[in-house]
Structures are given as structure tokens and as C-alpha cells.
Design a binder for this molecule. Structure first.
Ligand code: GN1
Ligand code: MG
Length: 357
């Protein structure tokens, strides 16, 4: 457990704006742990985000932070060129530790980092309407456009195989074979569902292997709540959660964004409310292409729809494997949570199939 005393001790290693008045858990991420910290500086309130990087997921937090530095600095320099006076107000910006580094390592070798809080921004866990879906797509397209002049080899591969669907399938096979927690009997229908769709797995990795589409800097986790919109105007502001930004293909991003935005009930919904909403998909695609058209090749554009079922399948497979393994990767808040999450993705995939995708 992390208590207030520990938080204050961690915070003392960063350059902070005044005195801490409040710190509380924040956000709905499944990997890192996040706090919103409020400070008072000469009568003015200031907010910062504090995060502990999940070392079980990211074996090299130092390289994650090197990537985050490269990407945030690149984004800020692009905004400066566009004469934005305070880039930290519209795109993620790190707060330096007193050591001069972008992170602090505590006595237990845990990595901590801080971001400026974007006061004008807002995120939602689910898509609110088609206007929001359009902006979510546009936010992703704009992000990819902003990093399209950043050479992929400047970033480390911090999660090898992250969107290698066949590898996730092999991990599921392994978890099924071991059945370490005796959970297989209750998940037989889901395992059979996956077996019937194994052909989906290599579709995107084949595109990479055959060089049919270029490798670029991509986000890799652009679900709805990682696209920040402007609180007053609803317009896309920026992408959050830059830990997974690394070389990849735009299809990983497009598929994940559609998967998350075209299921209006969200990733943790009641199964009966899960469906693939074609109008959300159309709105998101319009927003995405309005920004991404400027740099995508014809082949990339043509192959975009292929990604949607593959990434939905992949996430369902990841949740199912984690359930069988004993919930070692995704944070859960109740028994069977990861099994339920996999069912949501598989129900969504079925709905995509019915819609002829
Ligand atoms: C994880 O922590 P969060 O929610 O931003 C995961 C994504 C999944 C997502 C599903 C590093 O992201 O790949 O799509 O959960 N991130 C990692 O909610 O595994
Ligand atoms: Mg996140």
C-alpha cells in the first residue's frame, strides 16, 4: 500500500509548484498507478499527475522514459513551431525530478514520473456521440501526423511483440495447456470461440513482415480514454498515455481506436449492451482520415478496415489468457473480471462479423 507519507516522500524528489494540498487516485488505466496531486502556490492552485510505472509490464522503465521524453519533446517542438505559447497546456509534458532526470527511482527500484495536468482537457471512458467519435478519430490522426516526421529508429521497442497477435495466441495456448488456476472449465466457450478464428491472428503481422505498409511511430493504445478533448469545445486536444508509443503500423492504432469507440457501452459493459455501432465507426473514420490522409499511402488507407477485427480479437485473447494465468497482467477489481472483459471483446467481434466487417 502507498500511504500519504510515502507519496510526500516521492514528491519531494520533483520540482513542485508550492505546497501539496491533496493527492488522490486518478483515471481508469489497467497498468500503471496514477494520482492527481494538487498544490497551492501563493494562493494559486496547480495540479500535476504522478504515476508509478508498472515494472511487471515494462521490464525497462528507463527506456520507456527515454521514449516518452523523445515523443513529448517532439510534440512540444511541433506546437512551438505553430506558435502555441504554452505547449504544456495542450500536450503531455513531463515535470523534471530534482536530479534533472525525467523520473525518480525509489528505494524499491520503482520508477515514478510526473506530468503537467492539462486543465482544459477532458477524457471519457466511452464515446458520447458521433461528434465525439469523429474527434477521437481526428485526435489519433493528428497525433500520428505530428510524429510522422519522427524517425521510428529513435524509439526503443519497450514491449517486444506488443501487437504481435500470433504471439498472444501462443500465450493463450500455453495458458490453456497449463490451466494454472483451474479456470479452464468455465472458459471453454471462449477458448472454442478463439479456436474458430485463429486465421485472424497473422493478418496484421503479415503486413509488417511483407513490407506492404511502412513502419512508423504509432501510439499503440489509442482507446477512447487516451484521446483528450477540449472541455469547452469538445475538439480533440491530444493523446495521453505515451508509454506504448514506438515503431509499428498505423493499423494497430486504427483498429484499437475503432474497437474501443464503436462499442458505445465500453470495454467493461454488460454483455447484452455490447454491439458494433456502424455510425460511430463511420464518424471515427472520417475524423481519422481528415488528419491522416496527409501522410498515409494508398495501401495503408485501403488496408485500414482489416485491422478492426484483428485488434478486437487480440485484446479478447489477451484478457482470456490473463484470466487463465491468474490475472498477472491486467489489474482486476473482482473475480472473473478478465474473463468478462474477454467476453465483451468477443461479443463485439461477433457483432462486427454480423455487420459484415
Ligand atoms: C491497457 O492501462 P491502459 O488501460 O491504458 C493495455 C492496452 C489495452 C487496455 C485495455 C501496456 O492499457 O493494451 O488495450 O489496457 N496497455 C498495456 O483496456 O498492455
Ligand atoms: Mg491509459
Amino acid at each position: 500500500m502507498i500511504d500519504d507519507f510515502m507519496l510526500e516522500s516521492i514528491l519531494s524528489h520533483f520540482n513542485l509548484p508550492g505546497k501539496l494540498v491533496k493527492a488522490e487516485r486518478f483515471g481508469s488505466g489497467l497498468i500503471n498507478e496514477t494520482w492527481l496531486c494538487e498544490f497551492m502556490d501563493h494562493g494559486a492552485g496547480r495540479k500535476l499527475i504522478l504515476q508509478r510505472i508498472n515494472r511487471a509490464v515494462f521490464a525497462r522503465p528507463d527506456l520507456v522514459m527515454a521514449n516518452v521524453e523523445t515523443v513529448t519533446e517532439h510534440l512540444q517542438s511541433r506546437f512551438k513551431k505553430e506558435d502555441v505559447s504554452d505547449p504544456a497546456g495542450v500536450t503531455p509534458a513531463l515535470v523534471r525530478a530534482r536530479s534533472g532526470r525525467s523520473f525518480h527511482i525509489d528505494g524499491s527500484a520503482e520508477y515514478w514520473r510526473m506530468y503537467h495536468f492539462i486543465e482544459e482537457g477532458l477524457v471519457f471512458d466511452t464515446v458520447q456521440d458521433n461528434v465525439h467519435a469523429y474527434e477521437v478519430g481526428r485526435g489519433l490522426g493528428r497525433f500520428q501526423a505530428l510524429v510522422s516526421d519522427l524517425a521510428p529508429d529513435r524509439l526503443y521497442d519497450t514491449l517486444p511483440g506488443f501487437h504481435h497477435t500470433p504471439l498472444h495466441l501462443a500465450e493463450l495456448d500455453d495458458a490453456v495447456g497449463r490451466d494454472a488456476r483451474g479456470r479452464l472449465a468455465d472458459a471453454a466457450a471462449e477458448v472454442a470461440f478463439v479456436q474458430a478464428r485463429r486465421d485472424l491472428a497473422p493478418l496484421l503481422t503479415d503486413l509488417v513482415a511483407n513490407g506492404r505498409v511502412p513502419v512508423r511511430v504509432v501510439h499503440n493504445d489509442p482507446k477512447v480514454n487516451n484521446v483528450m478533448v477540449h472541455a469547452a469545445t469538445g475538439k480533440a486536444l491530444c493523446m495521453l498515455d505515451l508509454d506504448t508509443v514506438k515503431p509499428g503500423i498505423v493499423h494497430f492504432d486504427f483498429g484499437d481506436c475503432v474497437r474501443s469507440a464503436a462499442n458505445p457501452a465500453g470495454d467493461d459493459a454488460d454483455l447484452d449492451s455490447v454491439f458494433f455501432d456502424r455510425s460511430r465507426y463511420a464518424a471515427l473514420s472520417r475524423g481519422y482520415l481528415d488528419e491522416a490522409r496527409s501522410f498515409l499511402t494508398q495501401a495503408e488507407t485501403r488496408l485500414l478496415p482489416l485491422s478492426v477485427k484483428v485488434i478486437t480479437f487480440e485484446l479478447g485473447v489477451r484478457f482470456l489468457a490473463d484470466h487463465l494465468r491468474g490475472d498477472t497482467y491486467f489489474r482486476v477489481s473482482r473475480p472473473g473480471h478478465n474473463l468478462h472483459r474477454s467476453r465483451v471483446q468477443f461479443r463485439l467481434l461477433e457483432s462486427m462479423e454480423s455487420a459484415g466487417l
